[in-house]
Design a protein around this ligand. Structure first.
Ligand code: URA
Length: 248
């Protein structure tokens, strides 16, 4: 690593410059084998331990969080924030670990969090058309025309002037459905269902591009491995290329 150890600890959110220097001076940073590391020593991320605990995720990590209802993604919203479910260093990292897009406080499910700014932009950009699948429970029974209305490409949200992209709706029960959307407008799914005369009771995001929630327990998270990040990035580039080509 090219940064001194203390600067690396600062970047990973272990404290201010002074605090990180003190941690190193206090001989609390070691290799797996217990050798004390000094500030100017060479090191490998995976072989650095603070107080005998491995360092949190290296730069360029992506985590998949199963967000429960009640947690917010933005500092501007009323807490608790998703950071309460993550390692304490994450909000203090530079670059910060930020969510890729957002889920409402009332929505649960798959949320990606990363410190990789370009990847975040690629996945969150409206031009990328990354498919996101949501499972919902509705207040009113389905009528049967939902799939056609949502796929029309002409549906308009209240207060907006650009029609929604076509979305795929799959009925899953009398009052249940899954929807696949390729945009990320404010409260989009709830407003889409309101636009066709229904009301969403419960909403969960079950997939983003090639990633699914799987059996990850609510409130827990896991790190994506390098292969999964690669698949995600490649898929996002493909969705974007297809969207661009289709637009003409
Ligand atoms: N649509 C919504 O209405 N809410 C979300 O959190 C995501 C999509």
């Amino acid at each position: 690593m090219s940064l001194t150890l203390s600067r690396y600890l600062v970047a990973l959110g272990y404290g201010t410059r002074k605090e990180a220097e003190r941690i190193v001076r206090q001989r609390r940073v070691t290799t797996a084998g217990g050798t004390v590391l000094r500030d100017t020593d060479r090191y490998e991320h995976d072989d650095v331990f603070v107080d005998r605990t491995p360092l949190e995720a290296p730069p360029g990590s992506v985590i998949l969080l199963h967000k429960p209802v009640g947690f917010v993604c933005s500092l501007n919203d009323r807490p608790p924030m998703i950071y309460e479910l993550l390692p304490a260093t994450y909000p203090k990292r530079t670059p910060v670990m930020a969510s890729i897009g957002r889920l409402d406080a009332d929505t649960s499910g798959l949320l990606l969090v990363t410190d990789d700014g370009p990847l975040n932009h690629l996945l969150a950009s409206p031009k990328s058309h990354v498919p996101k699948r949501y499972a919902m429970t509705l207040a009113e029974p389905l009528r049967g025309d939902e799939a056609d209305l949502l796929a029309s490409g002409t549906l308009m949200l209240k207060g907006e002037t650009t029609p929604l992209l076509p979305a795929e709706f799959i009925a899953t029960g009398e009052r249940g459905g899954d929807i696949i959307v390729r945009e990320g407008r404010y409260h989009q799914v709830r407003r889409m269902m309101a636009a066709i005369g229904n009301h969403v009771h419960a909403l969960q995001r079950v997939s983003v591009g090639p990633l699914t929630l799987g059996d990850l327990a609510e409130g827990t998270w896991r790190l994506l491995d390098a292969g999964e990040i690669d698949v995600l990035r490649t898929a996002a580039l493909e969705y974007k290329a297809v969207a661009k080509a289709t637009k003409g």
